[in-house]
Write a protein that binds this ligand. Structure first.
Ligand SMILES: C[S@@+](CC[C@H](N)C(=O)[O-])C[C@H]1O[C@@H](n2cnc3c(N)ncnc32)[C@H](O)[C@@H]1O
Length: 187
């Protein structure tokens, strides 16, 4: 199975390919969807998918907040981009829920939900990543996977990704695997 490429997002081709592969036949949950690159690629092979995004950007990334605001003012919000990317896909019916809300609010709604794979790519601050791991790890079934994006030292993405590495190490230790900049932890 190949990858579907989108204009928006920073998930690399090798990362998308990894997500397509790892999502196969799994019940998946994504925190941080943006225009849908990672979600729509996982949809190609997964059993089901729930996506969570406030679609307003991360409070800790002023540049991203600006981008969301500008898109809205232009009459085509990032959320609309996501929906139109999704509706073109045959596999769209595998999306069980689109939760347009903060990660913490979504976790309250999904308190009893269990899945096989969680992919975290939302608030990239130390506190944000730490919070998402703490919130969502308990939702991963034993033998499942929790993983996330931007596990890279330095500021090559335009913000300090070192904070992500620090949060992952503090909560989970060194990842079991790293694919490009995706950290992977077996639950
Ligand atoms: C880097 S983008 C996700 C990229 C996406 N995975 C892709 O493949 O292109 C981060 C997303 O996380 C969302 N986000 C940031 N903080 C959030 C929070 N606290 N709760 C929910 N979504 C959040 C933003 O709105 C943004 O769409």
């Amino acid at each position: 199975m190949g990858i579907i490429r989108f204009n928006g997002g920073t998930v690399s081709d090798s990362e998308l390919l990894f997500l397509v592969d790892i999502a196969k036949d799994k019940e998946c949950l994504e925190i941080g969807t943006y225009m849908g690159a990672s979600a729509i690629n996982m949809l190609q092979t997964c059993k089901s998918l729930i996506v969570v995004d406030n679609w307003t950007g991360s409070k800790t990334q002023p540049e991203q907040l600006k981008e969301f605001e500008l898109a809205k003012l232009s009459g085509r919000s990032i959320f609309r981009h996501f929906l139109s990317n999704l509706e073109k896909r045959e596999a769209a019916d595998k999306v069980k829920a689109i939760l347009q809300m903060d990660s913490g609010e979504a976790e309250c709604l999904l308190c009893d939900y269990k899945c096989d794979l969680v992919f975290i790519d939302a608030d990239h601050s130390f506190e944000g990543v730490k919070r998402d791991i703490e919130l969502w790890k308990p939702h991963v079934r034993s033998g499942g996977i929790i993983c996330g994006h931007d596990y890279i030292n330095g500021e090559s993405r335009g913000w300090d990704c070192t904070q992500i590495v620090r949060a992952v190490h503090e909560l989970l230790g060194k990842p079991n695997k790293v694919i490009d900049t995706i950290w992977v932890h077996y639950a």
